[in-house]
Design a protein around this ligand. Structure first.
Ligand code: DO4
Ligand code: MG
Length: 283
């Protein structure tokens, strides 16, 4: 089952796509929390979902629901041990903080904001006004209930002001949380439909002036800090609300000269989750 939400004027509609049929439901989160009960279904509808993906459509795709809290896991893939290769990067003993956290038992879990900072499919992600090097981070994300059960999977872009993060690790929240610092969607996909989360391909393209400026791909099979462990640490002495999003870390990192620019288009595809497209702005 997939869930998608749209908006036309002030009216928001949430659609369930199941076995080729489309239903209007009250709300994505209550549908998932109430174990996909039929009581949550309002009616079967004859709408053309493909039409919403057409830029001219009046009914725009928006985030599938409003997450109350969003967290990120960091350095969960081997490639991210080398997040910064600069010799001045902060150290613990003789290891960079990134190598140290990759090798440690405790994963990196950070706060990534609330629904205030997030845009959906065809939305506009932002480069901070004080950042010259901002990168998209294409990630597999889970939607959790308050006990840490996985309700759904989705695509998440953990946009990060990498120059601000590099200046000092204490600046991490400023690199991660600001208006337009996240995107997710277009769908929520239930665990039964998504299947094994460790066999999915993640692909990202950045387009500049209509041409491919960056292209990269990776498999979730190389995720070292597995989702179960990330959830365990997220929930330790920390009560999360239903609908919390945990984004599981990036396996793809464009380089220093591949930072986003105003007008770029970012396209992220994950097997079974569709494609999330956003464009980039800088105030
Ligand atoms: O502290 C760095 C953030 C790491 C991150 O966001 C990632 O690995 O995806
Ligand atoms: Mg990240």
């Amino acid at each position: 089952m997939k869930i998608l939400r749209t908006q036309k004027y002030n009216i928001k509609n949430t659609y369930l796509i199941d076995n080729g049929k489309i239903y209007l439901i009250k709300d994505a989160l209550s549908f998932l929390i109430n174990n996909k009960s039929e009581k949550e279904i309002i009616a079967e509808v004859k709408v053309n979902i493909e039409e919403f993906f057409n830029k001219e459509s009046k009914e725009k795709i928006i985030i599938p629901f409003d997450p109350p809290e969003i967290y990120g896991a960091g350095i969960s893939y081997f490639v991210s041990r080398q997040r910064y290769t600069d010799p001045n990067v902060a150290k613990i003993g003789d290891k960079s903080i990134y190598e140290a956290v990759y090798d440690a038992e405790r994963p990196e879990i950070f706060f990534k904001g609330t629904s205030r900072c997030v845009v959906g499919h065809n939305g506009i992600i932002k480069i901070r006004s004080d950042s010259e090097w901002t990168l998209p981070e294409p990630e597999l994300a889970v939607v959790l209930d308050h006990k840490g059960n996985i309700l759904a999977y989705t695509i998440f872009d953990d946009v990060s002001a990498r120059d601000i993060e590099a200046q000092n690790p204490l600046y991490l929240p400023q690199s991660k949380i600001y208006d337009g610092s996240s995107a997710f969607g277009p769908y929520l996909v239930t665990p039964e439909e998504f299947g094994d989360p460790y066999s999915k391909n993640i692909k990202m393209r950045i387009y500049r002036n209509g041409n491919i400026f960056f292209e990269g791909s990776a498999s979730t099979s190389s995720m070292k800090t597995r989702i179960e462990k990330q959830i365990k640490y997220l929930l330790r002495d920390n009560s999360i609300p239903d609908g919390t999003i945990l984004t599981t870390g990036t396996p793809i990192m464009p380089g220093k000269d591949q930072g986003l620019q105003k007008g770029d288009v970012v396209e992220i595809t994950i097997d079974g989750l569709g494609t999330l497209v956003t464009s980039v702005d800088k105030p």
